[in-house]
Write a protein that binds this ligand. Sequence first.
Ligand SMILES: C[S@@+](CC[C@H](N)C(=O)[O-])C[C@H]1O[C@@H](n2cnc3c(N)ncnc32)[C@H](O)[C@@H]1O
Length: 188
Amino acid sequence: MEQVWSGQPNGALVSETAGLLPGKALDVGCGEGADAVWLAEHGWDVTALDVSQAALARAARHAEHARVPVRWVHAGLVEASLPPGTFDLVSAQYPALLRTEDHDAEAALLAAVAPGGTLLVVHHANIDEEQLRARGIEPEDYVSRSDVAALLDDTWRIEVNETRPRHVTAGAGSHHTHDVILRARRLN
Ligand SMILES: C[S@@+](CC[C@H](N)C(=O)[O-])C[C@H]1O[C@@H](n2cnc3c(N)ncnc32)[C@H](O)[C@@H]1O
């Protein structure tokens, strides 16, 4: 099957991790693994998680080609039962996490971050909701930036919460022109 994504790391990941010391990273919904591979190439100890076995197989090939180690986990974020407070960086780039009444996915994202660690959640801005609904996708069913932000209490410092232009000219998703970026630091 053809590769769907560009193979390039997401721009927001590259820019938002520029000031961070590499440690343990979790890439949630890693897809074909471009971000996971890029993080590993830049000194991070990477765990990458996705529900799609096909995406993970491609991601593993990508990592093999780049000769970097990445721990691939075939599971949903909530079902993975990750050890809490472990990751210096938890990155979710364009996540398609189902929203639940108990906010399970958002809670799992926050719980995975180590004290002093960074949570980075990036969504597409200006989504054409009608077009999604025409394709049978209900945007309200998915965790949004504000769902995550709503759980950030005073044990977190929000460092970035803004919409920025995105520069992607090729591959699936290249029609999205702006990102919504939420970056927060876990204080304790
Ligand atoms: C829009 S893609 C984004 C992929 C990648 N992060 C990127 O930026 O190219 C969303 C990914 O999330 C995965 N996914 C969906 N639900 C998930 C869940 N509950 N836990 C982990 N991954 C999930 C999908 O299989 C898909 O690979």
